[in-house]
Write a protein that binds this ligand. Sequence first.
Ligand SMILES: [Zn+2]
Length: 175
Amino acid sequence: MVAASRPTHPDRSGQRNQPIDTSSNSRRAVTRPKFDAVDIVTESAPYTVPCIDCGSPTQSTLTEALVGEDHRWDIDGQCSACGAIWADCGYQQPHPDFREAILAANRTTVLELGSVDVPAATLMRALRLTRSLSLTAAKALAADLRTTGLKGTRVEMELIARQLHAMGVHTRKSK
Ligand SMILES: [Zn+2]
């Protein structure tokens, strides 16, 4: 019974099998080099902004991304009233509530040291290389990192983790 269905469409089944094999080969060849080249870490959140065309409040997507060494904030959306589509890339100065939206949608990421045997000066230097901090603030953050761990967005913690890793300090991240 099963074999009888074969001869009825011999040409179709032959054609169908071949394209599937070639597409899976070409897909592998295209995607691999892209993701090896740049390390990307992102978190996204729903975010309402006025439509760029008609001004209607539009549920958009806010994304905080670390693309290589570039820390960026993007917003993209599509207006349900007029259909306008936009993607605002690369906010250098994030709006104050961007961070809150990311944290609300993704919860905080906790960064902890793999070992507490790291000099405070090393931690302070790593922290001051990733953000603008006074010595006093860096000292307090270094103490937090050693005891409770630091809390923030995934991208913020990744930035600090990478700096520490470059200085030979191992860390772990958790939600
Ligand atoms: Zn609109």
